[in-house]
Design a protein around this ligand. Structure first.
Ligand code: ADP
Length: 720
């Protein structure tokens, strides 16, 4: 048989030999900057380029000297968990002047640095863009002044720049972004409007109101709206006890979240890739993530629309957030609400996951706003068949967003054995639609109900499942509610465990994570925590792998690295247990390092949900209810809801850049039911990245890395 031509684009095939990359952090510091620097340095070195730190942002570039320093693999060790930026990020007035940029160009040419990775905000990118536009002029000037010769000018004639910004889509990704200054100013009369809403909320027995004022908020006459102004208004008009808290640098401090670190690591690869692929004719670009997909945007377009840029990229998703937030925060008088006469039931299934309550709250409130009567079911399908079903009101779900676990109560019970009783309850309560929030079991439940439609007409109603599980093993979605909180818990613990031994001798930690057969938590947690090796079921390993991993770690430990981190998923291999691996590493590492082991257990279910899970749960549930409303309307005929098509029993999931409603029956083919995982898992592609960052040589497929696209197209396509 003819050998199939390999059309994949492999990272290791790219060569950075002879290239020098300068990396700087500029402007205000942000979470994840260090993870980004670490990734750029290691990926750069991996492809054979020289990488330089440019300390103190553009100031270091202008001043040169020790500010521009060659980076080594080890120099970015233990950097992941540190907040802020280790390489410094001064603001630089001089770089705004032509003279300053001339000096900076001189410093770069002296070292042959013609590739720059700028990690910063729009100001920093504006500067970078200007610098690139002026580059050839600056070189001519340096030649005229005799500071460099013709040959140097020729060797450095092209300057390539790549910018790195945070995640574009706040819809799905909870990184904190500086929105606020750019949101649409409120219309005249906003003061009365705000006070009216507050008093209506109080009348509704809500005793706590939170008003968030963005730094730099203005009214439509360009007059600043300050927190104190709002406080005075609330006190004088309503007499409510009011406190002002300014979050300030609290928002910047602290260790970066797992998500920020993974994002930054992925972006680091993209940045190096973009620099290696850049030519004089390709525009400078910004790398970012849209939904779950890496993208590249032309830097020029971003910069030319500096303010529009922010509004386009950030505000569109921000507007969605704002609309969802508005929908949930204010309850109209019952008389003002539409009345759909539909009853919708909500329940949790499976193990608790952080963010489930946020999803229930959102579903209940959006449902009420849509005119439905909402019913809460306790203890999943167990409670359902026993009739633990009650109407739930707007006020009942107040304060649920930030609470961990499942307030409704959740059970793993599947409906198949109780179909008659469940059908009976559907009739008793006249339930017209079902929203099931949970993990793999929730998906199985819906599948069973869908398949029982032929025997029970009562299940011919719109049904939707929202993925919520720390394991992230539900087919049809890249991410599930709760996985982010869990990852944070794992990464925080790994940080702590690593730190616990600082100052002592070299040590390797063997850590066991949960997830059933799904290696998501172990792999992605490992990437965020800087693990050396991660053992999972999906990537089988044998004794030879174990041996080479121990040897690799032993070699690394000899180069001055003090800590080793090995993660093992609970079901990765029934014989190579956590104890076995611990003993193997202990024996083989004798004289070089010692070992400790730790089984993380239920702390991984997390306490309070992370901001991402709160947001994700809130938004995905709002979407699901709006879908349910549509399906109810479509399937309401002759005074009755009758929905028996595939597309009325769906799972709502995030797939790359889209949020998609997928018939559960169609997801069957994608599912490995024996091991309770999807047959294809996108995050397996991140494993080579983790290995490279741990100094392994490996094959890394980058075929689906970001393609350059216009700024305006960047937003998740709305499926459905
Ligand atoms: P951010 O990048 O977070 O928006 P700033 O706006 O403070 O932060 O910009 C950071 C640095 O970028 C500035 O101190 C300056 O050195 C450089 N910079 C910003 N705007 C420009 C510009 N228009 N021309 C040249 N350099 C600029």
């Amino acid at each position: 048989m003819a050998k199939q031509q390999d059309t994949r684009k492999l990272f290791e095939d790219l060569s950075g030999a002879g290239k020098s990359i300068g990396v700087l952090t500029s402007g205000g510091d942000a979470q994840g900057m260090n993870a980004a620097v670490r990734a750029v340095v290691r990926m750069g070195i991996y492809v054979g380029a020289k990488v330089y730190f440019i300390h103190e942002g553009y100031q270091g570039m202008v001043d040169g000297g020790d500010n521009i320093e060659e980076a080594s693999w080890e120099s970015v060790s233990s950097m992941l968990q540190v907040g802020g930026t280790v390489i410094g990020s001064a603001r630089c007035k001089e770089f705004r002047s032509h003279e300053g940029r001339l000096k900076a160009a001189h410093q770069l040419v002296l070292r042959g640095i013609t590739n720059l990775c700028v990690i910063g905000g729009d100001g920093s990118l504006t500067g970078a863009n200007l610098f690139r536009e002026e580059w050839s002029g600056l070189l001519e000037e340096l030649v005229r002044q005799g500071l460099i010769d013709e040959e140097a000018a020729q060797n450095n004639s092209e300057l390539h720049i790549v910018g790195m910004v945070g995640s574009i889509d706040n819809d799905f990704c909870g990184t904190d972004m500086t929105i606020g200054t750019d949101s649409m100013p409120p219309e005249d009369g906003w003061e009365e409007h705000m006070c009216q809403k507050l008093s209506e909320n109080r009348a509704d027995k809500k005793r706590l109101n939170i008003i968030i004022v963005a730094e730099g908020a203005i009214d439509c006459h360009n007059k600043p709206i300050t927190t104190n102004h709002i406080k005075e208004l609330v006190v004088s008009c309503l007499g409510f006890d009011t406190r002002v808290t300014i979050l300030g640098h609290v928002q910047r401090g602290g260790t970066p979240s797992a998500f920020d670190r993974i994002l930054a690591s992925r972006m680091g690869v993209e940045a190096v890739l973009a620099l290696l692929e850049a030519s004089d004719s390709t525009p400078a670009c910004v790398v970012s993530l849209c939904g779950n997909q890496a993208v590249r945007l032309p830097l020029m377009e971003c910069v030319q629309m500096v303010s529009a840029y922010v509004s386009l990229i950030f505000c569109r998703s921000f507007e969605n957030n704002l609309n969802t937030y508005k929908l949930l925060s204010y309850h109209k008088a019952d008389s003002e609400l539409p009345n759909s006469s539909f009853n919708v039931a909500v329940l949790n299934v499976g193990a608790p996951a952080a963010g489930m309550n946020a999803a229930v709250r959102s579903a209940v409130r959006v449902g009420i706003k849509e005119g439905h009567k909402m019913f809460a079911v306790n203890d999943g399908f167990e409670g359902f068949y026993k009739g633990q079903i009650k109407e739930i009101t707007w006020g009942d779900v107040a304060g649920w967003t930030g609470q961990g676990g499942s307030i409704l109560g959740t059970k793993r019970t599947l409906p198949a054995k109780h179909l008659d009783k469940i059908a009976e309850q559907i009739r008793i309560h006249n339930i017209n639609a079902l929203l099931v929030i949970g993990g793999f079991e929730a998906f199985e439940c819906l599948l069973q109900l869908y398949e029982a439609r032929t025997s029970h007409e009562d299940f011919c109603i719109p049904m939707c499942v929202l993925p919520a599980t720390i394991s992230n093993n539900v087919p049809g979605t890249d991410l599930s509610i709760g996985a982010d909180t869990s990852l944070n818990a794992i990464v925080e613990t790994c940080d702590r465990i690593k730190q616990s031994a600082s100052g002592t001798k070299r040590r390797v930690f063997i850590i066991e994570t949960m997830g059933g057969y799904c290696g998501y938590l172990a792999s992605v947690g490992g990437l965020a925590a800087g693990a050396d090796t991660v053992y999972i079921y999906e990537e089988p390993f044998d004794i030879r792998d174990l041996q080479s991993n121990v040897e690799h770690l032993t070699e690394k430990m000899k180069t001055g690295i003090q800590r080793g981190l090995v993660l093992r998923n609970e079901n990765s291999n029934e014989n190579f247990t956590t104890d076995f691996i611990y003993q193997l590493y202990s024996e083989e590492g004798k004289g070089v390092f010692d070992c400790r082991k730790n089984v993380l257990g239920h702390m991984q279910q997390g306490g309070a949900p992370s901001p991402f899970d709160r947001n994700f749960g809130t938004k995905i549930a709002a979407k699901a209810i709006q879908w349910i409303s549509r399906k109810l309307k479509e399937s309401y005929k002759n005074g009755k809801v009758f929905a028996n098509t595939e597309d009325t029993a769906c799972l709502l999931g995030m797939r790359r850049r889209t949020m998609a409603f997928q018939p559960v029956v169609q997801l069957k083919d994608e599912t490995d039911f024996a091991h309770r995982i999807p047959k294809e898992q996108w995050w397996l592609k991140l494993r080579p990245l983790m290995k490279i960052l741990a100094k392994y040589k490996t094959s890394y497929d980058v075929s689906d890395s970001g393609q350059l696209e216009p700024v305006t197209r960047v937003r998740p396509k709305k499926a459905d």
